[in-house]
Design a protein around this ligand. Structure first.
Ligand SMILES: Cc1cc2nc3c(=O)[nH]c(=O)nc-3n(C[C@H](O)[C@H](O)[C@H](O)COP(=O)(O)OP(=O)(O)OC[C@H]3O[C@@H](n4cnc5c(N)ncnc54)[C@H](O)[C@@H]3O)c2cc1C
Length: 272
């Protein structure tokens, strides 16, 4: 039977989390967990409703070198935020592709990060922007690079007694973009996507629906500025980074070929 605990303060939340080492599900927007519970995909039945946190843990601010997005900020808020629009248009572009307006009004950035879907739209762009997550527990905070947060399929660097409190995105003068290939502009799950951020001869790359979990394309990044690379070369290089799966939306082979073409086009563009 499903049980939902509703702490009213962070103190109460951490008292619950510290009491026993239980793998609770946190109810943020509920757009991932509610359908998963209903379909029987999510077997955990102990929920903690985070709605009491929404006020304190929602919003965007800046410090000297970063823009900080509080964990329960919805994608609807993210899209309207001036700081994010000014500094990270690639992230805004990706955020606009998440579900439709109703989903965007509920879905939070922390939920997208922790759900860890290979197709999650915000993650490739956050990975190329070198985002970090702040993990909060009764012991205080620890900050970890998003690229180190994913260790395998749904295997995350987060303890049972921690929640994500902030997403930290360093400001930079890198040029960044996000390209999504899907059946239509909204309410479609991405077939494959590519995010990048570059400056001079440095590039950060990440792809959606290309691997079992969200990750950077380190092998491809390393060789990206070599001279005279061909499409065939990228086919070989990319195989070190990705292995897209078959599902009802696309075959792994199709995804791989599209991604290779996207990366090769970007290579040609940036060689000019
Ligand atoms: C119709 C529909 C369309 C969708 N379309 C897209 C799409 O196009 N692109 C896309 O990327 N996603 C899509 N999604 C998935 C979903 O909306 C997003 O992943 C969303 O960001 C999840 O956020 P949430 O707040 O609803 O998470 P929830 O469902 O509340 O939680 C998701 C997970 O995050 C954990 N969690 C939540 N907050 C925290 C926290 N602060 N700290 C630690 N763990 C936490 C929960 O325990 C749970 O494991 C879609 C979903 C639906 C139902």
């Amino acid at each position: 039977m499903i049980s939902v605990l509703r702490p009213k303060t962070t103190k109460e939340l951490f008292e619950i989390l510290d009491k026993e080492d239980k793998n609770y599900l946190f109810l943020a927007g509920g757009t991932d967990i509610m359908p998963s519970i209903k379909k029987g995909i999510e077997k955990r039945e102990d929920l903690i409703d985070l709605s009491f946190l929404k006020k304190g843990f929602s919003g965007v601010y800046r410090d000297k070198t970063n823009i900080i997005v509080k964990s329960l900020t919805t994608f609807a808020k993210i899209q309207k935020d001036e700081l994010l629009n000014k500094h990270f248009p690639s992230f805004i572009k990706a955020s606009k592709l998440i579900g439709g307006y109703t989903i965007q009004g509920m879905a939070t950035i922390a939920g997208n990060i922790v759900n860890a879907s290979p197709a999650a739209d915000s993650l490739p762009s956050l990975l190329t922007l070198n985002a970090k997550v702040t993990l909060l527990s009764s012991n205080g905070e620890r900050i970890i690079e998003l690229k180190d947060f994913y260790k395998g399929y749904k295997n995350l660097e987060i303890k049972n007694n921690e929640i994500i409190s902030n997403i930290i995105i360093p400001t930079s003068d890198y040029q960044a973009d996000f390209i999504e290939v899907g059946t239509r502009k909204a309410m479609s799950i991405t077939k494959v996507s590519l995010a990048y951020a570059y400056k001079d001869k440095n590039i950060f790359l990440s792809a959606g629906s290309a691997f079992a979990y969200p990750k950077r394309l380190f092998a491809t990044e390393k060789r990206f500025f070599e001279k005279d690379l061909t499409k065939k070369d990228f086919e070989i290089i990319l195989k070190e980074d990705v292995s897209p799966l078959d599902d009802i939306r696309s075959s792994g082979n199709y995804r791989f070929n599209v991604l290779r073409n996207l990366v090769f086009s970007l290579y040609q563009e940036l060689q000019k």
